[in-house]
Design a protein around this ligand. Structure first.
Ligand code: NAP
Ligand code: HSE
Length: 431
């Protein structure tokens, strides 16, 4: 049996998942690629830590040179996370003509172009299926199976931690901090969970998918981003009453050479296929001009689901080991020229505010909306004897700039105590 040596950089949630899959599915993997994979080195910070697995201590190192300088290691699998030193280690491996597999979306979203070009120049593969939506094979699908399409729209639930939190808040009314701790214990959250709850992680993933779908690197800084920390259980209850659920959506749309790129909490109809995506599950809803609507659904985080994508990339490299072919990743001749500023984006909006329960207040607020071209589709007032009272408006489609200007003026009314929340709706009436 032909053996091939690989190294893992990192042996946390995804590293151990990858190790388990390679060991437990060894016979099937050999049938697929013809190679017996030997994990000959594993880079960790702490080599003395008990990993609770039947793995020789000699395999562990904390010196990257043991891997980069070992000419027998053909594939380096980076599962440490972060930019520094992960980027330097990956570049070192590529420059030594080793293939690289990674799950590091933060790194690809911010330095992907440079790394991909280095791999292409070195004539080796750089694969990163696990970086977006964990176990869902969305990158391969966009790069290969959907290339006969112009991709018009990608709408995804791409962060398991926030989906887990929003699902628990909706179903069990558990408070935010408790659920976040559960998601961390389950291995879903990033080392710094701010990346999850503030939407950076979903924005990293959207950068990667949009770059592949549109054949040109998208700048991460061009993605509008809001997290879920401002979502209150009251918003979830209002959403429910009105026939919606709240999800953190990552949205990319292309129209006439202009792209919309945004990540934010969103009301979607309970009838939308994405509304049924709960817990740590992810889904990517995609529209191609030939295929129409598609939805990919599966586990977006965790050891084995993410390890599944990592091992798929390793096997894919081994299948073409004797005759590797490198396909340029960004080859579109006429790249998208313009990312639409958020101010110009058109959405429907949910606006919740607290105001004094006096006659004329509703009229004043409605009139300001009207003056700014914002038409109201529905309104709810609750707790009539309470002061202040909660007022909820849902608007028709309007430009973001209009809603922002209206809100600024409404805020200045003496009867308005606070603007409690503004949440966008997606495809409000369609489903
Ligand atoms: P993790 O559990 O925190 O594990 C990180 C591993 O990297 C640990 O083994 C750690 O060593 C090692 N490490 C970190 N810094 C190092 C350094 N400077 N030198 C040597 N070793 C170092 O992380 P994870 O959750 O597996 O995530 C790994 C990557 O996969 C990240 O890029 C993450 O975004 C991505 N990802 C994660 C998931 C998920 O569900 N967790 C899903 C998709 C993608 P010690 O063990 O000695 O501390
Ligand atoms: N922290 C990420 C999530 C891990 O919760 O989705 C998977 O990329």
């Amino acid at each position: 049996m032909k053996k091939v040596k690989i190294a893992l950089l990192g042996f946390g949630t995804v590293g151990t998942g990858t190790w388990k899959i390679i060991n437990e599915n060894r016979e099937d993997i050999i049938k697929h690629c013809g190679y017996d994979i030997e994990i000959s080195k594993v880079l960790v910070k702490d080599t003395s830590k008990d990993r609770g697995l039947d793995i020789s201590r000699d395999v562990f190192t904390n010196d990257i040179r043991d891997i980069i300088n070992d000419s027998e290691i053909e594939i380096v699998v980076e599962l440490m996370g972060g930019i520094d030193p992960a980027k330097a280690y990956i570049m070192g491996a590529l420059n030594e003509k080793k293939h690289v597999v990674t799950a590091n979306k933060a790194l690809i979203a911010t330095h992907g172009k440079e790394i991909i070009e280095t791999a292409e120049q070195a004539g080796v593969k750089f694969l990163y299926e696990a970086s977006v939506a964990g176990g869902i094979p969305i990158i391969h699908s966009i790069k290969e199976s959907l290339t006969g399409n112009k991709i018009e729209e990608i709408i995804g639930i791409m962060n398991g931690t926030t989906n887990y939190i929003l699902t628990k808040m909706a179903k069990e009314k558990v408070d935010f901090k408790t659920v976040l701790k559960e998601a961390q214990d389950l291995g879903y959250a990033e080392a710094d969970p701010t990346a999850d709850i503030e939407g950076y992680d979903a924005a990293h993933k959207l950068t990667i998918l949009a770059s592949l779908a549109y054949g040109h690197p998208v700048n991460f800084d061009n993605i509008y981003r809001e997290g879920i920390t401002k979502i209150d259980t009251i918003d979830i209850e209002y959403a429910n009453e009105m026939g919606y659920v709240i999800k953190l959506l990552a949205i990319a749309k292309e129209k006439e050479g202009t792209m919309e790129l945004r990540v934010h909490p969103t009301f979607i109809s309970k009838n939308h296929p994405l509304a049924a995506v709960n817990d740590s599950f992810n889904a990517v809803f995609l529209k191609g001009n030939a295929v129409g609507e598609l939805m990919f659904y599966g586990r977006g985080a965790g050891d084995l689901p993410t390890g599944s994508a990592v091992v798929g990339d390793i096997v894919s490299i081994l299948k073409t080991r004797e005759n590797p072919y490198i396909v340029k990743q960004f080859n579109r001749k006429n790249p998208i020229k313009r990312v639409k500023p958020m101010q110009e984006t058109r959405c429907e909006y949910y606006v919740r505010l607290l105001a004094e329960d006096k006659s004329g207040v509703l009229g004043k607020v409605s009139s300001i909306f009207g003056q700014h071209g914002v038409s109201i589709s529905s309104m709810i007032q609750k707790g009539e004897r309470e002061c202040p009272v909660s007022l909820v408006f849902v608007t028709h489609y309007t430009e973001e700039g209009n809603i922002q200007n209206a809100i600024e003026e409404i805020k200045s009314l003496s009867e308005v105590v606070e603007i409690s929340n503004i949440i966008r709706l997606e495809n409000g009436k369609k489903y």
